[in-house]
Design a protein around this ligand. Structure first.
Ligand code: HGY
Ligand code: MN
Ligand code: MN
Length: 396
């Protein structure tokens, strides 16, 4: 909790509440130096890979390492635990292992992945997607933030060489097993009355951009019959998202970001961009929900004399974590519960390449991606001890 308190002032967002810490922005760079210092204090040697992921090595870097960690960036106005808890727990777990006189029998690293939330460049888990090749360097370098700054420019200003951004087979080969500790985003552990759990699966989920264009005009001089108002179509897409997801067991659909252009109070927008976040237990259901929303979007756009284009910005199929590893992790912890999660993680991206597990720490309200996100000190401590025991077993 002291370590989390150390960074409590970094990236606090007075307008939204909570924290706004985004890939390679000034705030996140400050968090990177904080992490580098904390790792240095523990005698870990820190290196930054070609995609901006930080690796703090306990001993010499090498292949087949036991790796743990998470991310430091947040959603806009996010909570204090989503990401940083996993990074702090990893550092604290090193302290616990050291106190036990443990020395890793394998290469061992604490990792901080870049831009996990996609809060700046729009693609979630960007650092781990680049590392594994789940997104091409070209597509990634072209991504831009709301000020039009491209990822290429952002990584360059962070001291990286954009021409080296891309799949990193060496970094991937170095990961023998990855364990990510994360605050639970949901009420599974609360309802079970357990402080710590292990992840079983992650919902299939993706992000789609809907761009609706109509005719910009004067709010007062334009008769209602003469309008081609993309905001009216957009509003119906938002409602269609709610309807379509409610109709499919376990599906979720959200429009949390909608930008009218130009955005004047007395101006009928010429275009509206909105982003759909859709998730479900499997690929088919997720795709079905998106297809239904897309069909409604085309219909309502046509009715309003508007044009809509839909582009998929990121997608990941359902992740089922390695059952053997999950069960042995649960066993090391005396049989903690296994829970599915609706939240994506770097562990979900890596799971397709290396044995991966996740530990969850109880979240009393289940609320996340909001300033109210919280975890009790005792539960965080239980998470650290659990992580240390799992790492000790894996790094023997
Ligand atoms: O969106 C997610 O599920 C994750 O927090 N990036
Ligand atoms: Mn998150
Ligand atoms: Mn997270």
């Amino acid at each position: 909790m002291t370590s989390l308190a150390d960074i409590a002032g970094v990236g606090a967002d007075p307008r939204r509440g909570g924290y706004s810490r985004h890939g390679f922005d000034r705030v996140e760079l400050e968090l990177r130096s904080w992490f580098t210092e904390e790792a240095g204090r523990r005698g870990l040697s820190v290196e930054c890979d070609r995609n901006g992921n930080l690796w703090a090595w306990w001993g010499a870097p090498g292949d087949g390492a036991v790796v743990t960690g998470s991310h430091l960036d947040s959603v806009p106005g996010g909570g204090a635990f989503d990401g940083p808890l996993g990074v702090v727990a990893a550092l604290e777990a090193v302290d616990v292992l050291r106190a036990r006189g443990f020395v890793p029998g394998k290469p061992f690293a604490v990792v901080v992945f870049a831009e996990e939330e996609g809060g700046r460049f729009g693609v979630a888990c960007l650092g781990s997607r680049l590392l594994t090749g789940a997104i091409s360097a070209d597509a990634a370098l072209r991504l831009s933030d709301s000020d039009g700054v491209t990822l290429a420019e952002a990584v360059r200003s962070a001291g990286l060489d954009p021409s080296r951004v891309g799949p990193d087979a060496e970094a991937l080969r170095r990961i023998g097993v990855f364990v990510e500790l994360h605050v639970e985003q949901g009420r599974g552990l609360v309802d079970l009355g357990a402080p710590v759990g292990v992840a079983s699966s992650i919902l299939a989920h993706g992000r789609w951009r809907f761009s609706i264009s109509g005719e910009g005009n004067h709010a007062g001089a334009t008769l209602m019959v003469d309008r081609r108002d993309p905001m009216v179509a957009a509003a119906q897409v938002v409602l269609a998202a709610r309807r379509a997801a409610t109709a499919v067991e376990g599906a979720r659909a959200t429009v949390g970001r909608l930008i009218p252009n130009p955005g004047g109070t007395n101006v009928i927008p010429s275009s509206v961009d909105l982003w759909l976040d859709a998730r479900a237990d499997d690929d088919a259901r997720t795709r079905a929900v998106v297809a239904e929303i897309t069909a409604v979007a085309s219909e309502v756009a046509a009715e309003e004399g508007c044009v809509v284009t839909v582009s998929e910005e990121s997608y990941g199929d359902t992740v089922v974590f390695d059952v053997g590893l999950r069960d042995s992790v649960s066993g090391v912890l005396g049989g903690v519960p296994a829970l599915p999660t609706g939240a994506g993680h770097d562990a979900g991206i890596l799971a397709g390449h290396v044995p991966t597990a996740m530990l969850f720490v109880r979240n009393p309200t289940g609320v996340s991606h909001a300033p109210e996100e919280f975890a009790e000190a005792d539960d965080c401590a239980a998470g650290v001890v659990a992580l240390a025991s799992v790492l000790e077993e894996l790094a023997r």
